[in-house]
Design a protein around this ligand. Structure first.
Ligand code: NAD
Length: 414
C-alpha cells in the first residue's frame, strides 16, 4: 500500500521504516530539512537499536523516502498517518497545535478517498472533535482511524513489529478493512474499537504503567528506611501473575516524552469533566520528588558545594538518546544550585545535553567521569556502567541498582 507519514520523530520514523520493511511504499514527511536529508542518506536522526540497518535496507529497496513535499506524498497515499508531537502546555493541558497544523496540511491536499490515521497520543475526543472537522473542510471523502502507538524508546522497532497488540479505533467497516491491510503481515492481535475509546486505551495504559513505577518507588522509599531491598520485594510480588514483575523497579523515577506529559494531559482532561483524579496526581508527585532523594543521599556523605560530582547516565532510560523530562535534568539543576562541579557522561545523549548545559563538564566515557570526581551518581542503567571495578575507591549514589565495588555505596531504594 502507499502510505504517507507526517512527522518523522521516534514514532513516525519507526512506523515508516517498519511499514516499509513489510513491503509498503512509504513517504515520511517532516518540516525539518536536516532530518529529511539525514534519513535519505541512511542516517537516523534518533538513536534506536537496529534503526540505521533497517533504514538502509528499506532505502536500498526504494520502499521509503523522506520528503518536505507534503502535497505530493499525501496525494499519492492511500493511508496518511499523523505522528507529530503532542507536548504539554505550561498548565499540563495537551498542546494540539502540531496536530491541527498537520491535519490542515492533509485537508488542503486531499484529492481522493484516503484513511487518515491519528497515531500521535491525543486526549479522548480529539480525533472526532478536532481532527475530523479540519479534514471535513476539504469537502472530500475520507475514513478516520485512531491507532495509538505503544512502542517503548530503546526497543521501538521490536515493539512496533512484535508488540502485544494493535488498537484500531475506526469510523466504519471500510476503514477497518483498509487498516487491516496496512497491518496484514503483523503478528499482533488487533483490537477494534471506536476512535475515542482507542484514545483512552493509550492514556489508561501509560497512566497504569506510570502508576506501577511510582508505586514501586513509594514502597522502595519505605524499604530503604527499613533496611529492605525493594528489588527482592518486587521479585516476590511479581510472581503473582495478576500483578506482573515488569515496571516495578524502584529508582530515580520515570521521564521521557510520554509518561509525564500523558499523565498530566489525562489529569487535565479529568479536571475539565469534574474528575480531579487523586491517584494520578500522587503518581506525579512521587515521581517529581524521586530524583531529589538521590541528592539527599549524596548530602549524607558530602557537602556538594565546590566538590566534583559525577553523573553517569543522562538519557531518561538506557537504549535511547532522549533526555525529555529525564531525572538527570532535575539532578543537574539541583547540583548547580548547590554549586557543585558536574562531570557527566551518557553513551548516546551528549549532543542533547550539551545544548541545554554548555557549561558542565561533559566527558568522553564513564572512566573519565570517575577519574575526576569524589562521588558518582548513577542515573541511567546503561550497560557501559555495569563494571563493578569502575567504582573502586569511590562513593557511589545509585538510582538504578548497578552492582559496584564502591568504597561507600548508597542505593536509592535498597
Ligand atoms: P517527536 O517530537 O520525536 O517527533 C515529531 C516530529 O514531527 C518532528 O520531527 C517534527 O519536526 C515533526 N512535525 C511537527 N509538525 C509537523 C508538520 N506540520 N508536518 C510535518 N512534520 C511535522 O515526537 P515523537 O516522540 O515521535 O511522538 C509523536 C507522538 O507519538 C506524540 O503524540 C507522542 O506522545 C506519541 N508517542 C510517542 C512515543 C515515544 O516513545 N516517543 C511512544 C508512543 C507514542
Amino acid at each position: 500500500m502507499k502510505i504517507a507519514i507526517i512527522g518523522t520523530g521516534y514514532v513516525g520514523l519507526t512506523s515508516g521504516v517498519c511499514f516499509a520493511s513489510k513491503g509498503h511504499s512509504v513517504k515520511c514527511i517532516d518540516v525539518i530539512e536536516e532530518k529529511v536529508d539525514l534519513i535519505n542518506s541512511g542516517k537516523s536522526p534518533i538513536f534506536e537499536e537496529g534503526m540505521d540497518e533497517l533504514l538502509t535496507d528499506v532505502l536500498g529497496k526504494g520502499l521509503l523516502k523522506a520528503t518536505l513535499d507534503a502535497k505530493n506524498a499525501i496525494n499519492e497515499a492511500e493511508v496518511v498517518f499523523l505522528c507529530v508531537g503532542t507536548p504539554s502546555s505550561d498548565d499540563g493541558k495537551i498542546n494540539l497545535d502540531y496536530i491541527k497544523s498537520a491535519a490542515k496540511t492533509i485537508s488542503e491536499n486531499l484529492n481522493n478517498h484516503k484513511v487518515i490515521v491519528v497515531k500521535s497520543t491525543v486526549v479522548p475526543g480529539t480525533t472526532i472533535n478536532v481532527v475530523k472537522p479540519i479534514l471535513e473542510e476539504s469537502g472530500k471523502s475520507f475514513g478516520i482511524c485512531m491507532n495509538p502507538e505503544f512502542l517503548k524508546e530503546g526497543s521501538a522497532i521490536k515493539d512496533f513489529l512484535n508488540g502485544d497488540r494493535i488498537v484500531l479505533g475506526v469510523d466504519s467497516k471500510n476503514t477497518e478493512e483498509i487498516m487491516r491491510n496496512v497491518y496484514t503481515n503483523f503478528p499482533q492481535e488487533i483490537f477494534i474499537t471506536n476512535p475515542t475509546t482507542a484514545e483512552m486505551i493509550k492514556y489508561a495504559s501509560n497512566s497504569l504503567l506510570a502508576t506501577k513505577i511510582s508505586f514501586a518507588n513509594e514502597i522502595g522509599n519505605v524499604c530503604k528506611k527499613l533496611g529492605i531491598d525493594s528489588y527482592d520485594v518486587m521479585d516476590g510480588v511479581g510472581l503473582d501473575k495478576r500483578l506482573s514483575r515488569s515496571f516495578l523497579n524502584s529508582g530515580a523515577g520515570f521521564g521521557g516524552s510520554c509518561f509525564p506529559k500523558d499523565v498530566k494531559a489525562l489529569l487535565h482532561k479529568g479536571l475539565e469533566v469534574g474528575e480531579p483524579m487523586t491517584l494520578l496526581k500522587s503518581v506525579l508527585k512521587v515521581n517529581d520528588e524521586q530524583p531529589l532523594r538521590l541528592i539527599e543521599l549524596l548530602k549524607k556523605h558530602i557537602n556538594p558545594e565546590g566538590k566534583n560530582i559525577g553523573i553517569l547516565g543522562l538519557a531518561f532510560k538506557k537504549g535511547t538518546d532522549d533526555i525529555r523530562e529525564a531525572p538527570s535534568l532535575i539532578i543537574i539543576d539541583e547540583l548547580l544550585k548547590l554549586k557543585a562541579n558536574i562531570f557527566a557522561f551518557d553513551p548516546k545523549a551528549m549532543e542533547h545535553i550539551k545544548k541545554l548545559y554548555p557549561n558542565i563538564n561533559l566527558m568522553n566515557n564513564a572512566q573519565e567521569v570517575v577519574d575526576n570526581v569524589d562521588v558518582v551518581m548513577i542515573v541511567t542503567d546503561w550497560d557501559d556502567f555495569k563494571n563493578p571495578e569502575l567504582y573502586s575507591g569511590k562513593i557511589v549514589i545509585d538510582g538504578r541498582r548497578i552492582k559496584t565495588n564502591a568504597e561507600v555505596y548508597e542505593g536509592i531504594c535498597w
